[in-house]
Structures are given as C-alpha cells and as structure tokens.
Design a protein around this ligand. Structure first.
Ligand SMILES: [Zn+2]
Ligand SMILES: [Zn+2]
Length: 134
C-alpha cells in the first residue's frame, strides 16, 4: 500500500516537472505539487526529485543558488541570467567528443560535462540599457 502511494506521489511530481519548461527549483515544484495533493511534504518532493534525477527521467541543473529541475533528460547546456535568475536552454549541441577526448587523455571515466553560460538575458539587458540612457 505504501508502495502504491509512493509511486502515485512520484507520478504527480514527475508530471509537475514535465509541465514546466522554465527549469523550476525544488520549491517551485513543491508549490505546484501541493495544488494536486496537499498532503505531500516538502521532504517527499525533494526525495523524489532525487530519485527521478538518478533514474534519468529528468535532469538537474546545478547552480550556486539552488538546483533547478529540467523536463529534458537529454544532455544540453544552459544559460543563466545573473540578474533575474532565469535559466534557459542554450541552442547548442552537446559535445560528446569533449568527454571522449578527456577520457583518452586522463583515464578518467567521464559521465558527462555540464556547462552553464552566465550573463544577462535579453530582458535584463534591455532594462540595464534603459537605465543607462536615463
Ligand atoms: Zn534576466
Ligand atoms: Zn534545460
């Protein structure tokens, strides 16, 4: 019975992640999930986000502030706005050859590499320009 409840909760959490393309934080997922089931605790959500990431259903984006969760499970790079915190997908292909080359040169077994480009998103950039011209 506990097993069934667990998998139902996991489904709700997975659905919540899959329904957002803005790379939400665990807290944002928790708020979404609470609308579906107000008995799910914060720790259940956090724990299941960990399971879903380990199983490869979703991925996480590691940031100094807080990890974000990604409905995409394929490897890709991210853009991070240092002003508003927005995270978006970089329109670039993942370079598997970097992993291979590094393995060959170091003997290290590489799972993946992560790249986050930091800067200002176009909206924040426009706002900074506006302030400057005042
Ligand atoms: Zn921004
Ligand atoms: Zn992404």
């Amino acid at each position: 019975m506990i097993q069934r409840r667990n998998s139902r909760q996991r489904d709700i959490i997975l659905k919540a992640v899959k329904s957002r393309c803005d790379h939400p934080t665990a807290d944002q997922i928790y708020m979404d999930v609470r609308r579906e089931d107000d008995r799910i605790s914060r720790s259940t959500v956090y724990r299941n986000l960990g399971f879903l990431t380990d199983s490869g259903d979703i991925t996480n984006v590691r940031l100094p502030s807080a990890d974000r969760y990604d409905l995409r499970s394929d490897r890709h790079y991210h853009l991070y706005c240092i002003r508003c915190g927005r995270v978006s997908d970089a329109p670039l292909t993942y370079h598997e050859e970097f992993d291979r080359q590094t393995e060959e040169k170091t003997g290290f077994r590489i799972n993946r590499h992560r790249t986050v480009f930091e800067g200002l998103c176009s909206q924040c950039l426009a706002e900074t320009e506006k302030q400057k011209s005042k």
